[in-house]
Design a protein around this ligand. Structure first.
Ligand SMILES: N[C@@H](CCC(=O)N[C@@H](CS)C(=O)NCC(=O)O)C(=O)O
Length: 200
């Protein structure tokens, strides 16, 4: 198993997910700061847009952080980090796992760039609707599905931590304590340590 990655990017999600599964993997650094870099052919097969993270697992070559989390949970942690295929929680799990790329990231980008928004026009609503919905989802629960931590929390938790780091998170006890719970996970801490220059 190999992860093409770069520090301080969405690769951290894939590192966190890999650390949660406990499966052995290697890392290969892609210098995303250098637009003139030579991308390895295998990396481009996994990630045609040349973006990290990208994963190679035997004949499986793939990118997109949500897809990577979904793949790893289904393949290596079904029934723990992913609800089983016939578990009634599966629908909610998939909804929340996709919430980051489908709703959080586009609405964050609009907010960050000061784009005029309309929650009825856009499939992702707008930033405020995104936050309200997430707050209701996590409110009163440890993890997004309740007591069980899943890959959906890797995607949501990394997004909430990121928004808090960049001062985009409105005052919210529910979201802030969720971010703290995520950060307290040893696997997330190991992933963050791997981002440090001394580990590379
Ligand atoms: N939707 C993708 C986004 C990936 C992405 O934007 N990666 C950035 C780093 S966070 C990147 O590789 N940028 C370098 C480039 O575009 O050359 C995912 O979630 O994996």
């Amino acid at each position: 198993m190999k992860l093409y990655w770069s520090p301080q990017t969405r690769s951290t999600r894939a590192l966190w997910m890999l650390e949660e599964t406990g499966i052995p993997y290697e890392r290969e650094l892609i210098d995303v700061q250098n637009p003139d870099r030579d991308n390895p052919a295998e990396f481009l097969e996994a990630s045609p847009m040349g973006k990290v993270p990208a994963l190679v697992d035997g004949n499986v070559k793939m990118s997109e952080s949500a897809a990577i989390c979904l793949y790893l949970a289904d393949r290596y942690a079904m029934g723990t980090l992913a609800p089983a295929i016939d578990d009634s929680q599966r629908g909610k799990y998939l909804y929340w796992l996709m919430y980051t790329p489908a709703v959080i990231e586009p609405s964050m980008s609009e907010k960050f760039h000061g784009v005029e928004t309309n929650r009825y026009r856009s499939g992702w609503g707008d930033f405020d609707l995104m936050i309200e919905t997430l707050e209701q989802g996590i409110g009163g629960r440890n993890w997004i599905l309740g007591d069980a931590f899943t890959a959906a929390d890797v995607m949501l938790g990394s997004s909430v931590v990121f928004m808090r780091m960049f001062d985009m998170l409105p005052a919210s006890d529910a979201l802030s304590t969720y971010a703290d719970r995520c950060l307290a996970r040893p696997a997330y801490q190991r992933a963050l340590e791997l981002n440090e220059p001394a580990s590379n």
